[in-house]
Design a protein around this ligand. Structure first.
Ligand code: DGY
Length: 324
């Protein structure tokens, strides 16, 4: 029997490639530069499966790939999927939920600590030779432990953040989610509340929802206006889950204390973005899952999803909207 044909549009470890090659005829993008959309579109005419992340899977791409059955995303986010177009073509779409929860939760905590204790700002201060007196009140930050954390989006990563906050930092944890998670409440002692209440009561607000039509600009001017002036806002989901202009305005007018951002409206972030010139904002280049171990696990899971979906017609990680 002929093996299914797959195209690997992202670099993956050799071992993972070998696993795919046992089950599929494999072609891959072999360059350190990212594949462009034009180049990708030219390679899809006879493929059954695609392993990628970030590439828009829309009608244009699907037309170029008449045999395509499976798109395996090597990321947990799948806002690159045009779900309607994929559903119409009965495409199986998968993500790597579960492979990066703790890694992203660690980074979110890093952002919370860096913002509250002004770690990156004061690192620059020391290195610039500005440290010339003891116990300078100007350098004081805020506590993380025993404060109130509000988590918007209690998925796997939200839960991993709640665990650190509740068990490790004795924080009072509030959460808002489409559906209530009673088992998480019992396990971690977190409290479910409305978005409005969460925004009003929290010292730290972490948004961790996937980007969908419903969550586009979920946090906008109205929501920033509800936050405490001492609030620290963290986004490690997708840049467009918030209105970045409203965030900039909230920071400039001191409606909130600071922000920690791993994601931006436009990525890579534009150099003239005012967020890059604010000392009370910690910025990162979308590195939530970026370490060798986790990226290996993500590649392995994406490969398993691809192979299982092509050979068995089902995979453990089909995204919710595309499940039968
Ligand atoms: C994901 O997997 O969606 C993350 O944003 C990657 O860091």
């Amino acid at each position: 029997m002929n093996k299914p044909k797959v195209y690997i549009a992202k670099p993956i470890p050799h071992e993972v490639e070998e696993y795919i090659a046992q089950h599929c005829d494999l072609e891959k993008w072999d360059s350190n530069e990212d594949i462009t959309r034009e180049e990708l579109l030219e390679r899809l005419s006879d493929i059954d499966g695609l392993l990628t992340s970030g590439t828009k899977i829309d009608e244009e791409l699907l037309k170029k790939a008449p045999n395509l059955k499976v798109v395996s995303n090597m990321s947990v986010g799948y806002n690159n999927f045009d779900l309607k177009a994929m559903k119409n073509r009965h495409i199986i779409g998968t993500n790597v939920a579960g492979a990066l929860d703790d890694t992203v939760a660690d980074l979110i905590f890093g952002l919370m600590l860096a913002c509250a204790r002004r770690i990156t700002e004061l690192d620059r201060y020391v290195k610039a030779g500005k440290w010339n007196r003891d116990d300078d009140l100007e350098l004081y930050g805020a506590n993380v432990h025993h404060r109130t954390l509000g988590i918007i989006g209690m998925g796997r990563i939200g839960e991993a953040v709640a665990k650190r906050a509740s068990l490790g930092f004795d924080m009072n944890v509030l959460y808002y989610n489409r559906s209530r998670k009673k088992e998480v409440e019992e396990k971690l002692g977190v409290e479910y509340c409305s978005m409005e209440e969460l925004l009003k009561r929290s010292d730290f607000i972490v948004i961790m929802t996937p980007l969908t039509e419903a969550t586009l600009h979920l946090i906008d001017k109205e929501q920033f206006n509800l936050m405490k002036p001492s609030a620290i806002f963290i986004n490690a989901s997708r840049g467009k889950t918030i209105n970045e202009k409203a965030l900039i305005e909230a920071l400039q007018s001191k409606k909130i204390r600071g922000a920690g951002l791993d994601v931006f409206d436009v990525e890579p972030v534009e150099i003239d973005n005012p967020l890059l010139r604010m000392d009370n904002v910690v910025t990162l280049p979308h590195i939530g899952s970026a370490n060798m171990d986790t990226r290996f696990d993500m590649a392995k899971l994406a490969a398993e999803n691809l192979v299982k979906a092509l050979t068995e017609g089902a995979a453990p990680n089909i995204v919710p909207e595309l499940r039968a």
